[in-house]
Design a protein around this ligand. Structure first.
Ligand code: SF4
Length: 266
């Protein structure tokens, strides 16, 4: 092994946690690896304890150590008829690019289905490199309007929109995940603008609408941070269906899950 390869393999990842049985993070049953660190600062983040890589919020693992865990969980995610695998989430996996790349390569050597759940705030070169080892991207776009995106996340969305177009240009399948926040991300004009943008793509497999929730509020309190949306309520099933219909009018594949289950859960 070359010295540079050895150095790259010895890189450790800062991992917040692992979830061994998720049905919400891609197709089938997923083994989810939550990366620590994110370049964005979303005011509604439900994983705020994974954003800043504060001491005590993560542990360091080598790729081999993570793979050992993945192998132990493999019987669970491979029993899924709809095809399971691993999902890298967080936080933001691209924030630890080298570690993510090494981990994905090892997973593909083992013929494991790979998903990356990302905000795509990354360089096209990084996306291109990683994409060879990724079966599906879950792209979390926070807002189509640049100014509103900036206010919600602290970052411009220009690079993200370009990267979504780039993903499609390299023929990589992706799902677009969108959090419906009443009064903030559900304006009909904005949704139409988003649907128009998405209509151009050939490799968008699904628009996944996620209802805003406040389950992460306790994490903000535990970190001594004030939460910007304490009075915003989760959307009702009707509100979710209203947004869904806009995407359907553009002939886009869209999913809100089971809205009745959703309402009891919210
Ligand atoms: S991109 Fe995701 S992890 Fe990062 S701050 Fe936003 S919601 Fe949190």
């Amino acid at each position: 092994m070359k010295a540079s390869e050895h150095a790259s393999k010895s890189i450790k990842g800062r991992i917040h946690s692992f979830e061994s049985f998720s049905a919400l993070d891609g197709p089938g049953i997923r083994y989810v690896i939550f990366f620590s660190g994110c370049p964005m600062r979303c005011i509604f983040c439900h994983n705020v304890d994974m954003v800043e890589s504060l001491p005590g919020t993560y542990n360091e693992y080598s790729v081999a150590e993570v793979i050992k865990r993945v192998e132990r969980a493999r019987p669970f995610f491979t029993c899924s008829r709809s095809g399971g695998g691993i999902t890298l989430s967080g936080g933001e996996p691209f924030f630890q690019f080298e570690f993510m790349l090494n981990l994905l390569k090892e997973c593909k050597k083992l013929k494991i289905h790979t998903v990356v759940d990302t905000n795509l705030y990354a360089s096209p070169r990084e996306i291109d490199t990683v994409s060879k080892w990724v079966d599906l991207f879950l792209v979390g776009l926070k807002h189509i309007d640049n100014q509103k995106h900036l206010e919600l996340t602290g970052k411009d969305n220009t690079i993200i929109l370009k990267n979504i177009s780039f993903l499609d240009s390299i023929k990589k399948p992706f799902w677009l995940r969108y959090v419906v926040i009443p009064g903030i991300t559900d304006d009909e004009k904005d949704i139409r603008q988003l649907a128009t943008f998405l209509s151009d793509f050939n490799h968008l497999e699904l628009v996944e609408l996620l209802p805003y929730h406040r389950l992460g509020l306790k994490k903000w309190e535990a970190l001594g941070k004030s939460y910007a949306l304490p009075d915003v309520k989760p959307p009702t099933a009707e509100e979710m269906l209203r947004v869904k219909k806009v995407f359907q009018a553009f002939d886009l594949p869209v999913d809100v899950g089971d809205v009745e289950v959703l309402e009891s859960y919210l």
